[in-house]
Design a protein around this ligand. Structure first.
Ligand code: BES
Ligand code: MN
Ligand code: ZN
Length: 494
């Protein structure tokens, strides 16, 4: 049974549940909680008065009151004036996560309206659904069931005694985004042996069947016919067949938004092989592709009035006797020749063919997401994705979508002088420019293949996954860019 959440027009007092999560702002007991407080024999009021729980951001307190809710989990939102979408989304994620560790099969979530801050009820409904889905996500299929198997969180109810319609409308959007987000994260998490290019192609096929999209998958023969020299070069060292996935959602007439996702299902570096340490994380090198597939799951559920095309070049990057070598010159789909300096700079080689292929859709704009460079982690750490592009308005639109989604992006400049770093002695361009400005030269490389449409590039190498749990992040796949893309395309749908 997949997890789901729903909206219930009920007050928290009197609601029977194994776990009642209550998100509230810092300060005295909000009046929306007086009835619940009375029902708990004044336990919530005493806790707040004691100062043991102050309602600070991410602060948690678990009570076991007598009454229809056997547990009450208080979740702090921070200062009431400063509460934003992120704090509410995180509170919902914390609730779902705690339900999982407690073994509660269901939970009720109540956001004290005094804690709305800058957030509208519609927005709150949306980010609560997103957060519940985020906190609940897990992947157990490859583990033996533990001896003391706890029940899994199967459902959640958003308690909405007031503003039920607004919370419900937002919740419906958030639920679709949450479904896409979980899909994205599961794809990211799967090992390279499972999540191959063919597997991604089958997942795309499933989306087409379930939601009635247009779509096709180019196989090896089609890639040769199409002259996708970049994708073919990267794939030639692997036994896995490369694929090029095309998805089309037509919710409105007009020029489409084209989303491109890097789909390297495992990146060893190829002949320019990577060091062993952390190489296992390179199963995440298809995170851009996963975010695009997640967006289509959302589109299929919500059916917004917008036209979106998804393009996914996907392959493995392996060293072998047939692999592409440093010094080789290849011809891209656009016709430009590329000197391969480093076979580990493979993402740009497959993306450039997708950016060239995109022209046939006469795009309103093209945005790509890719785990492209380690250098973006040096520049921005794990707190933001790198943003580059040729269109200031598009970039600002993406920046705002990222803020709404809680997936920040931050601009890096594509000044002309950086272009000099990827001049080749033998070909039109070379695929690396050395260590300085590594994310920017990668961006500049892509830019050379973006003829005739506004384009932006999001480098998610630092944000797609996390190797540790800290303040705002979880261990493992983050699903990054799925929510950003959702906000972006829904914003275009008006
Ligand atoms: N997939 C990697 C980038 C990456 C690094 C993703 C760390 C996630 C975490 C990409 O294909 C790569 O290897 N880039 C090289 C480019 C270099 C050879 C110019 C890099 O960043 O080192
Ligand atoms: Mn690489
Ligand atoms: Zn890579």
């Amino acid at each position: 049974m997949p997890f789901t959440s729903s909206v219930l027009p009920a007050a928290p007092a009197g609601y029977a549940t194994p776990l009642l999560a209550v998100a509230l702002p810092a300060g005295p007991l909000p009046s929306s909680l007086t009835a619940l407080d009375a029902q708990t024999g004044g336990a919530i009021g005493r806790l707040l008065a004691s100062g043991d729980f102050a309602g600070k951001k991410d602060e948690l307190a678990l009570l076991h009151p007598a009454g229809p809710a056997s547990r009450v989990l208080l979740i702090g939102l921070g200062k009431p004036g400063e509460v934003g979408r992120g704090a509410v989304r995180r509170a919902a994620a914390q609730a779902a996560k705690r339900a999982r560790t407690l073994g509660a099969p269901t939970l009720g979530f109540f956001l004290a309206p005094e804690g709305l801050g800058q957030v509208t009820p519609v927005e709150a409904g949306q980010v609560i659904a997103e957060g519940l889905g985020f906190g609940q996500w897990h992947y157990l299929d490859m583990k033996q069931p533990p001896e003391d198997k706890k029940p899994l969180l199967e459902s959640a109810e958003l308690l909405a005694p007031q503003q039920t319609a607004e919370l419900g409308a937002g919740h419906a959007v958030g639920l679709a985004i949450a479904a896409g987000q979980s899909f994205t994260r599961t794809l990211q998490f799967l090992p390279g042996t499972v999540c191959t290019p063919s597997y991604l192609a089958r997942q795309a096929g499933d989306l087409v069947r379930r939601h009635g999209f247009k779509g096709r998958v180019l196989d090896l023969a089609a890639l040769r016919q199409e002259k996708m020299g970049g994708l073919l070069a990267v794939a030639q060292g692997s036994a896995e067949e490369p694929k090029f996935i095309v998805l089309e959602y037509e919710g409105a007439p007009g020029k489409p938004v084209v989303l491109v996702g890097k789909g390297v299902t495992f990146d060893t570096g190829g002949i320019s092989i990577k060091p062993a340490d952390k190489m296992e994380d390179m199963k995440y090198d298809m995170s851009g592709a996963a975010s695009v597939l997640g967006v289509f799951e959302m589109l299929g559920r919500l059916k917004p009035k917008v036209r979106v095309v998804g393009l996914i070049p996907t392959c493995d990057n392996m060293p072998s006797g047939t692999a592409v070598k440093p010094g080789d010159v290849i011809t891209s789909h656009l016709g430009k020749t590329i000197e391969v300096i480093n076979t580990d700079a493979e993402g740009r080689l497959i993306l450039c063919d997708a950016l060239s292929y995109a022209r046939r859709f006469e795009p309103a704009c093209v945005v790509d997401a890719a785990t492209l460079t380690g250098a973006v982690v040096v520049a921005l750490g794990h707190s933001a994705s790198g943003l580059m592009g040729t269109d200031e308005k598009l970039m600002e639109e993406l920046r705002q979508a990222g803020d709404r989604a809680g997936e920040r992006v931050w601009p890096l400049p594509l000044w002309d002088e950086y272009r000099d770093l990827i001049k080749s002695d033998i070909a039109d361009i070379k695929n690396t420019g050395g260590r300085p400005a590594g994310s920017i030269t990668a961006g500049w490389f892509l830019r050379e293949f973006t003829e005739g449409y506004p384009w932006a590039h999001i480098d998610i190498a630092g944000t797609a996954y996390s190797d540790r749990e800290d303040g705002t992040r979880v261990k493992g796949p983050t699903g990054v860019c799925m929510r950003l893309f959702a906000e972006f395309v829904l914003g275009r749908a008006g």
